[in-house]
Write a protein that binds this ligand. Structure first.
Ligand SMILES: Nc1ncnc2c1ncn2[C@@H]1O[C@H](COP(=O)(O)OP(=O)(O)OP(=O)(O)O)[C@@H](O)[C@H]1O
Ligand SMILES: [Mg+2]
Length: 248
């Protein structure tokens, strides 16, 4: 089976004057259809760098990113926008809903880019709002909803184009812990319905809700395996301190 997402020795360098920041340092992993994977790591570990590459918002400096078998590094801006709209559904920390549009219109946005006609757009937007329990509120504006409800609308928008991958960047970051758990439960339902979900977070307690964890540190993968393994939530640094018995 071909992976949906494949990083082969991906590097990302940022040049700042005469210094070079290595934000991604030979990162390799594969994500298959139907998986629920969390990419986790502390601040500065390279999560957003990976997210931007996975989401076709940026390309590797070195190495290869294959999305559904296609080499994203070789694409121009138009091709990137096209593959992004076709294959990816985005969920952001700050929802990114358009304040002047009602909920149905917000959910329709990706379908407008895809050139879907008006009637089909509305029908699919209402179906998608139904999946997140907000169909009756379709005439409301985002400002009339709670944070958790707004995030559910953004999940409906991510789902509406039936993308191959749902990419969620700190989706619970702006929510209180109870509402955050509800949003995570919804992501788990979406995964259970057959979707591939990639969740980016700095929070171990959120990452363990996924099936599999890819842990980053200093731009490198330091763990890639099941989320319920004890080593999944221990950073090598912390483990080193334990083993060393006090020389830290
Ligand atoms: N545009 C940029 N120019 C220069 N350096 C950058 C740029 N973007 C990221 N970096 C650096 O690359 C490294 C990885 O950054 P990245 O944003 O991927 O981390 P992160 O894991 O998302 O962190 P956070 O949890 O704080 O969002 C950091 O050292 C960061 O300072
Ligand atoms: Mg980040």
């Amino acid at each position: 089976m071909e992976p949906l997402i494949e990083f082969r020795q991906v590097c990302k360098y940022y040049h700042m004057g005469d210094t070079t920041v290595v934000a991604a340092d030979h990162i390799s992993f594969q994500i298959f259809k139907g998986e629920f994977v969390a990419i986790v790591g502390s601040s500065g570990s390279g999560k957003s760098t990976c997210m931007n590459i996975i989401g076709c918002l940026d390309v590797p400096s070195e190495g290869t990113y294959l999305l559904s078998g296609r080499d994203v590094g070789k694409m121009n801006k138009n091709e990137l926008a096209e593959i992004r709209n076709e294959l990816l559904g985005f969920i952001f920390q700050q929802y990114n809903l358009l304040p002047k549009l009602n909920l149905a219109e917000n959910v329709e946005v990706p379908l407008m880019y895809a050139g879907v006609n008006k009637l089909d757009r509305r029908r699919r937007a209402l179906e998608s709002l139904e999946r997140v329990g907000l169909r009756e509120k379709w005439r409301h504006k985002p400002s009339q909803l709670s944070g958790g409800q707004q995030q559910r609308v953004s999940i409906a928008r991510a789902l509406v184009g039936n993308p191959s991958v749902i990419l969620a960047d700190e989706p619970t970051g702006a929510l209180d812990s109870k509402t955050g758990r509800e949003v995570l439960a919804l992501l788990q339902d979406i995964h259970a319905a057959g979707n591939t979900v990639v969740l980016i977070t700095h929070d171990n307690s959120i990452a363990v809700q996924a099936q599999r964890i890819i842990r980053l540190e200093d731009g490198q993968v330091v763990y890639d395996g099941p989320s319920d393994a004890p080593e999944a939530v221990v950073t090598p640094r912390a483990a080193g301190i334990r083993q060393g018995g006090g020389d830290a």
